[in-house]
Design a protein around this ligand. Structure first.
Ligand code: CO
Length: 215
């Protein structure tokens, strides 16, 4: 009988330990001392979008949050805690929000269907659609519209990070962390930087989301 993937995992783990020790025999002793990652990565839970593999980062180099459709909702304690910890305590230099084309979460939010407990989560994506309704409705090709919503969702999640007090405090004091909007193309394996100007984004919404953190 063929082995299940699950049964392979502990064997894989042993091989991985050996290969890490081959490269550096003190690898785990050094890892146990603590973490000082420079990057916070927020991406989708999709099994095809493997944050560490596609970026080539090593253990200790990237703080990671993955959830359905890479969201940073305004009242979500999980993503808020990750961002707070990353900025305030780890003092990351960069925050990346990475979406991906062919995202099931985005697709579901474009359809007229009741998905139970997923509804409020996916409503965050419907809100992104509403904000950009004119641009999206003008796109006739369904795949292009879907891809554009993936991109706009990433940008709006970057804006959600900018809205947070912990970000605004750090930005006004140190000018960072910088915020990057990426998309992973499942078809080609390519990472695409949407090249957003987060300084401009912050200035554009500051009037509304100013928390007086400069006082
Ligand atoms: Co996805």
């Amino acid at each position: 009988m063929e082995k299940e993937l699950y049964d392979q995992i502990f064997e894989n783990n042993k091989k991985w330990i050996a290969s890490q020790k081959d490269l550096n025999e003190n690898f785990f002793e050094e890892l146990a001392k603590g973490q000082k990652p420079e990057i916070l990565y927020i991406g989708c839970s999709d099994s095809r979008v493997t944050a560490e593999d596609m970026t080539g980062v090593q253990p200790g180099e990237m703080f990671v949050l993955r959830n359905v459709a890479n969201l940073v909702p305004n009242n979500d304690n999980s993503s808020a805690s990750v961002v707070e910890y990353a900025i305030k305590h780890l003092e990351v230099k960069r925050i990346i929000v990475c979406g991906h084309y062919y995202c099931g979460g985005i697709k579901a939010a474009m359809e007229a269907q009741d998905l139970g407990i997923l509804n409020p989560w996916l409503r965050n994506i419907r809100d992104v659609y509403r904000i950009h309704k004119d641009e999206l409705n003008a796109i006739e090709d369904e795949t292009k519209k879907y891809n554009r919503l993936v991109e706009l969702n990433v940008i709006e999640q970057c804006v959600n990070v900018i809205k947070m007090a912990v970000f605004q405090k750090s930005y006004l004091k140190k000018g960072g962390p910088s915020i990057h909007a990426w998309v992973f193309d499942v078809h080609t394996g390519e990472l695409i930087d949407l090249d957003i100007d987060f300084h401009e984004k912050l200035e554009g919404i500051r009037e509304i989301y100013d928390l007086g953190t400069d006082k």
